[in-house]
Design a protein around this ligand. Structure first.
Ligand SMILES: Cc1cc2nc3c(=O)[nH]c(=O)nc-3n(C[C@H](O)[C@H](O)[C@H](O)COP(=O)(O)OP(=O)(O)OC[C@H]3O[C@@H](n4cnc5c(N)ncnc54)[C@H](O)[C@@H]3O)c2cc1C
Length: 607
């Protein structure tokens, strides 16, 4: 088979090669985490790796421009919506965001590369996952990412601060940087935040709470998306020991009679179930990196999951593991909108309303990729702690959380292990909610009057479950958004905070007038009611559906990311997160995948 390997220069292979080769490792899903792990495992030229990916390599150069951050392309995403959401007044048809392309989420996301607060990861460790505190994870964040500082003039004008000790050396695969332009109103909004009581931080990657600047996943020189394809795949695509099979769906993991994972079944995507199903074999380990949606789905199809669900789908139970597909978390999101009656020009709207400004921006971009078109989704925001949002009643909110009867609020399918694990999560969130070092709401700003208010630490929990009538159809996604009444209440408090921010002396320069939700909505109850009608269940940060936690607490993988009840099978993606961090998830996924690769290498080194 060495001959077959050496012939393949492009490294994207045909299914017959995959099925006729016995690999050392098979990686299921060539998304963000999958490419990181593939890169690291093939550093050893004597080890072979197959990556099977449902999507294709995207060759459109526009996908690497900053503007791609806000132009999601349906053909690079799976096509599905959530079940009706009772906490959102029964609304249904809400889009579920999951990438379907090589590089996964990192290829299509908003390029916002922030980290959670140290307390986020410390809570993972407190859940019974030694080795996953912020201090322990920091080397993996640094192994993935370095910071390139742009034009000193813009840093100075906007007072952008940073600490290089948060980042790795220049040769790490992912580069983060700041665009060469910011809208002037950002300075006003920043000052308004300080006047509203939010504390500026020197470095958001080490202290991700309160007010801070954050870079984007953008290279400084070329001003292009820095992502798993550019950083982890392309530089090693010609390694002879790395095979990438695109356009194929992995159906199941195969096990021997000792419950050891030995291979996978796969077939061309979008072909009828059972048509030309092939197998591929692995000697050392199979690593699942199919994302929050499909990692649990593949496990369930393979007989690992809640026994009752598997029986309903006529799947023989290999391991009764209730946590598979449970613990679904995402950042639900509300919004406000203010009109600036004396807005500063230029502002983000000028790109469409002001021909001269647009022509200037286009010219700068065409000449040297600078100016307003180098902005992705913005670079500064506030992560507002609960004591600031609810000065008078945060203690009673925390007390309510601690006294809730959790069984009434969790999905009825959760068993006693999941309930026990959730209680520990709930107590950690309650304690963290009392502190100023834990952002409850994310409020980014970029010179616009509209704001999104993301709930960083939801208490509600959802599920991903096989479609039992067609196990190859997309799974059923129930976010269960706002089923816990504290969740919309925290966003309601932040709507009131936005009003306080807009009424600061600094913000009067812009003469803000509330458009939405509307000044007639004043009480918490009115705001919560309006949020149930208007909020979204996701900011495309679905996670936590094969969580790392002790098995007795509903976990799916241990702290070494090995799936409970079997051997030779691990998970290295966003689904292993036990508690969603108060940040976008991309940067955290790099750290998890770097850590996963090291763990896998270590345990399989000797054979
Ligand atoms: C639209 C969008 C915008 C986002 N914006 C941001 C942002 O601005 N900042 C940020 O930090 N985070 C953002 N995120 C989130 C972040 O990108 C993801 O959390 C992260 O990329 C997930 O990485 P992963 O490796 O776990 O999964 P993914 O990157 O989703 O990879 C999973 C891969 O597995 C493949 N796959 C699935 N099932 C199968 C199967 N059966 N067989 C073969 N292959 C399969 C998929 O096609 C996919 O490529 C965004 C996500 C999306 C979708």
């Amino acid at each position: 088979y060495t001959d077959a390997l050496s012939e393949l220069h492009a490294r994207t292979i045909s299914p017959s090669v995959a099925s006729s080769t016995t690999y050392d490792y098979i990686i299921v899903g060539g998304g963000q985490a999958g490419l990181v792990i593939a890169n690291r495992l093939t550093e050893d030229a004597s080890k072979t790796v197959l990556v099977v990916e449902h999507g294709y390599l995207d060759t459109n150069p526009a996908q690497e421009d900053p503007s791609s951050a806000t132009a999601y392309k349906q053909h690079l995403l799976y096509n599905l919506t959530s079940t009706p959401q009772t906490g959102l007044n029964g609304r249904s048809g809400l889009t579920v965001f999951a990438a379907a392309v090589v590089g996964g989420g990192s290829t299509i996301n908003g390029m916002m590369l922030d980290r959670g607060a140290p307390e986020d990861y410390d809570n993972w460790s407190k859940l019974g996952n030694p080795g996953w505190s912020f201090k322990k994870l920091l080397p993996y964040f640094k192994k993935a990412t370095h910071l390139a500082l742009p034009d000193p003039a813009i840093l100075k004008e906007f007072n952008i601060t940073w600490d290089l000790s948060a980042y790795g050396s220049k040769d790490t695969p992912i580069e983060v940087s700041y665009p060469s332009y910011q809208y002037p109103a950002v300075k006003v909004q920043y000052q308004g935040m300080i006047e509203a009581g939010v504390q500026p931080q020197k470095e958001g990657a080490l202290n991700a709470y309160a007010l801070f600047w954050f870079p984007g996943a953008l290279t400084k020189k070329e001003v292009k998306r820095s992502y798993a394809v550019s950083g982890y795949y392309r530089p090693v695509a010609d390694r002879k020991n790395l095979h990438l099979l695109t356009g194929y769906r992995v159906n199941e993991i195969l096990f021997n009679r000792f419950k050891r994972a030995t291979g996978i079944t796969f077939q061309a995507r979008d072909t009828p179930a059972g048509e030309n199903v092939q197998t591929a074999k692995a000697k050392r380990e199979i690593v699942l990196t199919s994302g929050f949606l499909h990692t649990p789905q593949i496990l369930q199809r393979s007989g690992i999951g809640p026994a009752a669900l598997l029986r309903e789908a006529n799947i023989p139970v290999l391991v009764d593991l209730p946590g598979v597909g449970a613990n679904l978390q995402d950042h639900a999101v509300g919004s406000t909108n203010f009109q600036f009656n004396t807005d500063i020009i230029p502002n983000p709207g000028s790109l469409t309303s002001n021909e001269t400004f647009k022509a200037w921006a286009d010219e700068l971009w065409a000449t040297n990729r600078t100016g307003p078109r180098s902005i992705t989704v913005g670079n500064v925001g506030s992560w507002l702690p609960l004591p600031l949002l609810a000065q008078d009643d945060y203690k009673s909110i925390v007390a309510t959380i601690k006294s809730q009867n959790v069984s009434e609020l969790l999905p009825s399918t959760y068993d006693k292990t999941l309930i026990a694990g959730y209680k520990i999560q709930r107590n950690l969130i309650a304690s963290s909610y009392s502190r100023n070092t834990f952002g409850a709401i994310e409020l980014p700003f970029s010179g616009r009057g509209s704001s999104s208010l993301s709930l960083e630490h939801p208490l509600s929990r959802g599920t991903i479950r096989l479609n039992t009538t067609d196990i190859y159809a997309e799974p059923l996604v129930d976010y269960n958004t706002f089923v816990n009444p504290i969740d919309p209440l925290v966003i309601a408090k932040s709507v009131k905070f936005v009003r306080k921010w807009q009424s600061t002396p600094a913000m009067q320069q812009l003469s803000p007038v509330e458009v939405a939700p509307g000044a007639d909505l004043q009480t918490d109850e009115q705001l919560v009611a309006s949020l149930r009608d208007s909020a979204g269940p996701t900011t495309a940060h679905g996670c936590c559906t094969a969580a790392m936690s002790p098995r007795l607490h509903g976990g799916v993988v241990d702290e070494k990311l090995r799936v409970y009840g079997v051997s030779g099978l691990s998970i290295g993606d966003v689904s292993t997160i036990p508690l969603i961090p108060g940040s976008h998830t991309c940067s955290t996924v790099y750290a998890i995948a770097e850590h996963a690769a090291e763990l896998i290498k270590k345990r399989t080194a000797g054979w």
